[in-house]
Design a protein around this ligand. Structure first.
Ligand code: ADP
Length: 563
């Protein structure tokens, strides 16, 4: 399976952006052109038809504008614009005295429109049509000189040509300065994106090496013969928390990559908000003690209304975790309060702190990808600048908006709103997920473990053996099938996905031919949502990403035992 990396390039111009930058201004300048032409033709008192042409053009442009606004027929609008423009130019050519009038340089103008609006093959096609059109006009003009008539006198011709030029220059000015502005904006965006990307990679290296340093260092200390017994627990706890911060970083990066490819899926559930806030309060009170921030008070601002919200609980929690992590990181003393309240037909969630605050000029970029405020001469704050970007995107997906109020050295309030889809508790009881804290000792299960990495097999053995599981080991999918044939009484299979000789998917198919019912759990380092979906679709009964969480594995085994 292909790993989807975050995109660093500027995304292709989206439909809405394209409409706003090109199609709308082009239609509008066409309409302005037609509008001015109405006055010119009236004041020069040209024939009836010549007076009607700009009216008809104006109406067509207005219709096209509203069609473009529907957002559904952009391609049609683009081509209609080409055809209508050419149609009116030909009429103008005929009724405005052929090459004697100003019409030919308006062809140049229309062509510059096309260059902006169309790309690739579409542009080639439009160029050919336009060229053919001009060639036919030239042919007619050359072979039938009188066909388009002539100006009543030289004076009228001069006025018409000069006012035409004036119009032409005006529209070129509007068009070109718009294009220049877009180009400059995109250029600065690209430069900024490149700078952020480089700083992100540097920060990433720092963020990865810092916990790795602790993991490698303390693991080596554990292996020392003269390690002090009393320090062992501390070392293990440091290794664990470093592991967690590494995992969190990897999860965040994967989330960014899922967001950029529109693959982040939401899982809506009924969410007990009060319970979530209480859990967060307990976690962050503990974290405050771990960080030794004795002068910092962390609490829920309440009392909170007991609400059950229909939303993606995990993602909502992720947003809160990010905001609270930041609050605790950037606040030395004072308080961090958080909570939620009704705001019209929405719920407003917030995290307020009395920390360093955000400088005014950084606020508008704070939620950008990889953006970090690095103007802190007295202290270096760790981070990659993706936390708030994730928050912004999750809140957007959940149908809300995020924002910040902040004053430097006084504190910040990060808030977001969500649609208040409140669930009546009586009607919809909350799903209860039994969490098993202890291993399921009461049952002696025969488990087949298929895993090619020795260290992973050793880990599974270390967690399963003490719980009295009967383990059978296999190095790859092929061996797993052989073992399964030899031990048809196997009650559970733990299967790695990527293995030599035969991968987990094929092994599962083979096992299913032998036994349709035995539960087979996938254990894999492919940790994206599509990977999980792929495993479940293939027929695995459960999916676990590595590193394997012992408690979740035991909970799942217990669930299956009950079944
Ligand atoms: P990081 O991982 O660097 O914290 P974020 O995206 O979470 O990335 O935050 C982006 C920037 O926003 C941070 O670099 C920090 O300067 C600023 N910021 C976020 N939360 C706070 C806060 N509570 N107080 C002050 N500054 C904050």
């Amino acid at each position: 399976m292909k790993l989807i990396l975050p995109k660093f390039s500027i995304p292709e111009t989206d439909n809405e952006g394209f409409k706003q930058r090109f199609v709308y201004p082009l239609i509008l300048s066409g309409a302005v052109f037609a509008f001015i032409a109405i006055f010119i033709n009236l004041s020069l008192d040209f024939g009836k038809i010549l007076k009607l042409i700009p009216y008809a053009a104006l109406i067509s442009f207005v219709v096209l504008y509203f069609l473009a606004r529907t957002g559904k027929v952009l391609n049609l609008v683009k081509w209609a614009l080409v055809i209508i423009s050419l149609l009116f130019l030909n009429l103008l050519w005929y009724y405005n005295f052929g090459s004697r009038g100003p019409v030919l340089y308006i062809f140049v103008l229309v062509y510059s429109y096309l260059i902006f609006m169309l790309r690739g093959r579409q542009l080639v096609l439009a160029t050919i049509i336009l060229l053919l059109n001009v060639v036919i006009l030239f042919y007619l003009d050359y072979n039938y000189p009188g066909i388009a008539g002539n100006y009543p006198d030289n004076h009228t011709r001069m006025i018409d040509i000069y006012t035409g030029i004036f119009l032409y220059l005006f529209v070129v000015f509007v068009l070109m300065s718009g294009a220049k502005r877009v180009y400059i904006q995109e250029y600065y965006k690209a430069r900024e994106s490149d700078r952020l990307k480089s700083s992100f990679l540097a920060n990433m290296s720092h963020e990865i090496r810092t916990p790795l340093n602790a993991i490698v260092g303390f693991s080596n200390l554990l292996a020392d013969d003269d390690v002090d017994e009393s320090d062992l627990k501390d070392y293990v706890s440091i290794i664990n928390s470093s592991n967690l911060s590494l995992l969190r970083l990897i999860d965040d990066i994967l989330d960014v990559s899922l967001m950029e490819t529109n693959q982040l899926k939401l899982v809506y559930k009924d969410c007990d908000l009060q319970q979530m806030m209480n859990d967060l309060e307990t976690t962050y009170k503990r974290k405050r003690i771990e960080l030794n921030k004795v002068n910092l008070d962390i609490r829920i601002e309440g009392p909170l209304a007991a609400l059950v919200l229909h939303t993606d609980c995990e993602r909502l929690r992720q947003v809160f975790v990010n905001l609270l992590d930041n609050a605790i990181k950037y606040t030395e003393q004072g308080s961090i309060v958080f909570g939620y309240a009704h705001q019209g037909n929405k719920l407003r969630f917030y995290v307020k702190d009395t920390g360093i605050g955000v400088p005014e000029h950084h606020k508008e970029h704070l939620f950008d990808r990889f953006y970090k405020v690095e103007d802190h001469p007295e202290k270096l704050f760790r981070g990659t600048g993706i936390g708030l970007y994730l928050c912004k995107n999750i809140v957007k997906l959940l149908g809300g908006e995020i924002g910040v109020n902040s004053e430097i050295n006084k504190g910040s309030e990060f808030y977001f709103t969500l649609p208040a889809k409140i669930v009546n508790r009586e009607e919809k009881p909350l799903a209860h997920h039994p969490i098993l804290k202890e291993s399921p000792k009461s049952r002696k299960l025969k488990v087949l473990v298929a895993e090619d990495q020795l260290s992973n097999r050793q880990y599974l053995e270390a967690i399963l053996k003490p719980s009295d599981f009967d383990l059978i080991q296999a190095n790859n999918g092929k061996e797993a099938i052989e073992q399964f044939k030899q031990h048809p009484d196997v009650q559970l299979v733990l299967m790695d996905i990527k293995m030599p000789e035969m991968d987990g998917f094929e092994a599962l198919r083979e096992i299913r031919k032998l036994n349709e019912k035995v539960p087979v759990f996938a254990l894999t380092a492919y940790a994206l949502v599509p990977d999980r979906d792929r495993c479940l679709k293939a027929g695995f009964n459960a999916y676990f990403s590595k590193p394997l969480d012992k408690i979740s594995l035991f909970s799942k085994i217990e669930e299956w035992c009950k079944q």
